[in-house]
Write a protein that binds this ligand. Structure first.
Ligand SMILES: O=C(O)CCC(=O)C(=O)O
Ligand SMILES: [Fe+2]
Length: 182
C-alpha cells in the first residue's frame, strides 16, 4: 500500500514537471490524502450482465490501481470505444481523476472507466489507492488566451457533498456542473 502511495507521488511529480510547474508540487503533496479500497467482483450468474462496475470517472485527484491476475478494467477512448487495460499481473494503473483534469485545465482528461467480468469464470479482486487533495486550483501557468480557465478552484469535500446531494456521482460532467467556467 505504501508503495502504491509512492507511485501516486512519483507520477504526480512527473506530471507537474512535465507542465513546467515542479515548484508547485510540494504544496500539493502536503495536502494529499489517500483512501484504500479492496474490491471483490464475484462471477456473474449466466442470466446476469458481466458489467462488474458501471462506467464512471473517479472524483478524486488520481487513482493507482492494482488488478492482480484478472483483467477487467476497461477505459473509454475519445472515440467512444472501450479498450481493455490488458496488463501483466505485476502492473499498476495510474488514472487521472476529475481533480487532475481540473488542475491541468482540461489538458488531462479524467479517465472514463468500467469493469467487465468477461468469461474467465474467476472471482476478480482489485486494490486501489484513491488520492485526493483538499483544495484544487489550476496553476496560473496553465491558463492563457488559448487555454482559458475551465474550472474554478474548489474544495473536494464540498464537491463530494454536492454529488451525493444531486446524485450526479456517475456523471462525467458533474464537475463541470459544480465549478465549470462557462
Ligand atoms: O476494480 C477496478 O479495476 C476498478 C475500480 C474502480 O474504478 C473504482 O473503484 O473506482
Ligand atoms: Fe474508478
Amino acid at each position: 500500500m505504501k508503495s502504491m502511495e509512492d507511485i501516486s507521488y512519483v507520477v504526480s511529480r512527473m506530471v507537474f514537471e512535465s507542465y513546467g510547474v515542479s515548484g508547485l508540487y510540494e504544496a500539493c503533496h502536503a495536502q494529499m490524502n489517500h483512501a484504500t479500497r479492496l474490491m471483490k467482483y464475484r462471477v456473474p450468474e449466466p442470466d446476469e450482465t458481466d458489467l462488474g462496475l458501471t462506467p464512471h470517472v473517479d472524483t478524486n485527484f488520481i487513482t493507482v490501481l492494482y488488478q492482480g491476475q484478472t483483467n477487467g478494467l476497461e477505459v473509454q477512448k475519445k472515440t467512444g470505444e472501450w479498450v481493455t487495460a490488458g496488463l501483466s499481473p505485476s502492473s499498476f494503473v495510474f488514472m487521472a481523476g476529475e481533480g487532475l483534469m481540473a488542475w491541468s485545465n482540461g489538458r488531462i482528461s479524467a479517465s472514463h472507466h468500467q469493469v467487465t467480468m468477461g468469461k474467465t469464470g474467476k472471482t476478480r479482486y482489485s486494490f486501489a489507492v484513491f488520492t485526493s487533495i483538499k483544495w484544487t486550483e489550476t496553476p496560473e501557468e496553465l491558463v492563457d488566451e488559448d487555454h482559458p480557465l475551465q474550472y474554478k478552484a474548489y474544495d473536494h469535500d464540498e464537491y463530494m457533498r454536492y454529488i451525493s446531494k444531486t446524485g450526479l456521482e456517475k456523471d462525467p460532467l458533474s464537475l463541470k456542473a459544480f465549478c465549470g467556467v462557462n
